[in-house]
Design a protein around this ligand. Structure first.
Ligand code: CTP
Length: 220
C-alpha cells in the first residue's frame, strides 16, 4: 500500500491542435512528456489514473492507465467535464491548452489567392479555472505555469485565480526546462505561500518530486 493506492487521479497532457481547415491547425511545442511521466509514476504507485491527452508521439508505459485521446481545447474541456467528477480525488493539469482557436473552420482547403490572410481567433475555455470553480473540499487541484517574465508573480496569480492547491512553475529562461526536452527545472508555489525550488533533472525524477509534494495534500 502507498498513500496513492486506489486514489482516482485525472491528468491532462500534451498540446491541443486547433483546426484552420481540413489540413492545417494551430498547435504548440508540448511533447506531453511531463504529464505522461506523472501518469506512469502515479499508476505504478497504485493510483487509478485517467489521462486526457492531446496529440503526442509518446505512449504510456503502464498498462492500467485509462487514456482518452482528444485533439482540440474544446474536446479536452468536454472530456474534463465528463471525468473530473466528485469521484475524482486529484486533478493534475499539465496540458498546454490553446488559449485561442479559429472562429471559423474552413470546410475546404484555403487557397493562397491573396497576399494577406487574416484569421480571427476566439478565446477557448480555461479548463483548469472551470475545474477550480467546481472543486470540492476533498479534491486536490494542481496546475502548471510556463512563464518567461516575472515568473513567480504570474504563477501566484494563476494559483489564486484557478483555486489550486499548488502550481508547478517552469521558466523558459532556465536552460533544459520546458517543452520537448527530457529535463525540467521546477519551482512549486502552494496555497500556503510556500515556495520550493528544485534542481534541473530528468522529467521522470521531476514527476517523483511533484508526487512527494502532492502526498501531504491528499485527504484520507
Ligand atoms: N489551462 C487550462 N485551459 C486553458 C489554458 C490553461 O486548463 N485554456 C491550464 C494549463 O494546463 C496549466 C494552467 O492552466 O495547468 C496554466 O496554463 P498557462 O498556459 O501557463 O496559463 P494561462 O492561464 O493560459 O495564462 P497565459 O497563457 O495568459 O499565461
Amino acid at each position: 500500500m502507498t498513500p496513492l493506492s486506489g486514489k482516482k487521479i485525472l491528468i491532462t497532457a500534451g498540446p491541443t491542435y486547433e483546426p484552420i481547415d481540413p489540413v492545417r491547425f494551430i498547435g504548440n511545442r508540448s511533447s506531453g512528456k511531463m504529464g505522461y511521466a506523472l501518469a506512469d509514476q502515479l499508476a505504478s504507485m497504485g493510483a487509478i489514473v485517467t489521462l486526457i491527452s492531446g496529440p503526442v508521439s509518446i505512449q504510456c508505459q503502464q498498462k492500467n492507465i485509462h487514456l482518452i485521446r482528444v485533439e482540440t481545447a474544446a474536446q479536452m474541456y468536454e472530456a474534463c467535464c465528463d471525468y473530473f467528477t466528485e469521484q475524482m480525488d486529484i486533478g493534475i493539469y499539465a496540458a498546454a491548452v490553446a488559449d485561442y482557436t479559429p472562429k471559423v473552420v474552413s470546410d475546404s482547403k484555403i487557397k493562397k489567392n491573396d497576399e494577406e490572410l487574416q484569421l480571427t481567433l476566439v478565446k477557448t475555455k480555461d479548463i483548469l479555472k472551470e475545474m477550480g470553480q467546481r472543486k470540492k473540499e476533498h479534491q486536490v487541484l494542481v496546475g502548471f505555469a510556463l512563464e518567461t517574465d516575472e515568473e513567480e508573480y504570474h504563477a501566484q496569480q494563476k494559483l489564486i485565480k484557478k483555486n489550486l492547491d499548488f502550481i508547478i512553475l517552469n521558466s523558459l529562461k532556465d536552460v533544459g526546462a520546458g517543452f520537448a526536452v527530457d529535463t525540467n527545472k521546477i519551482t512549486i508555489l502552494d496555497k500556503y505561500n510556500k515556495i520550493t525550488k528544485f534542481e534541473l533533472k530528468a522529467k521522470t525524477a521531476v514527476a517523483i518530486d511533484i508526487i512527494d509534494y502532492l502526498i501531504p495534500f491528499i485527504h484520507a
